[in-house]
Design a binder for this molecule. Sequence first.
Ligand code: 4NP
Length: 155
Amino acid sequence: MVCLGNICRSPLAEEILRTKAIQHKLEIIVDSAGTSGQHIGEHPDKRTILNAKTHKIDLSKLKARQFSVSDFDNFDLVFVMDASNYSYVISLARNKNEIQKVQLILNTVYPNASLSVPDPYFGGVEGFENVFTILNNACEVIVKSLIMKNKKQNE
Ligand code: 4NP
């Protein structure tokens, strides 16, 4: 899961997806990163932590890191929050296979619409709840599609 700072959208997406995967007994490795190095080592934004807590999700132990080219070696899928994240991540890709790993997270819910998850950083608290709803829906679709993929592979 990738956003700009790795303190609002992507840590939330990481933990929502991890929680849903555990609930569905789906074994996956989930992580998040930012395109910017501005917040490296910081915990998620307090407003994100507080909002997630109201949904029983604990983000307090996560720490921001920057996306790096080695993430292409370690992950099969890279979900980005907006068009700017997409351009940055794609610029690091070394081949077509790596480019194909990258997708806008909302294209899982609204195929080909190329919508962005709004950045709540400069807005009010309602923006954080809105982002939670958006990412919760997207992660539900992602988990279901991974379960379907697993089932097909086992048939
Ligand atoms: P995020 O939000 O990309 O969802 O983590 C932001 C966090 C920090 C900044 C911008 C967006 N910033 O400008 O510091």
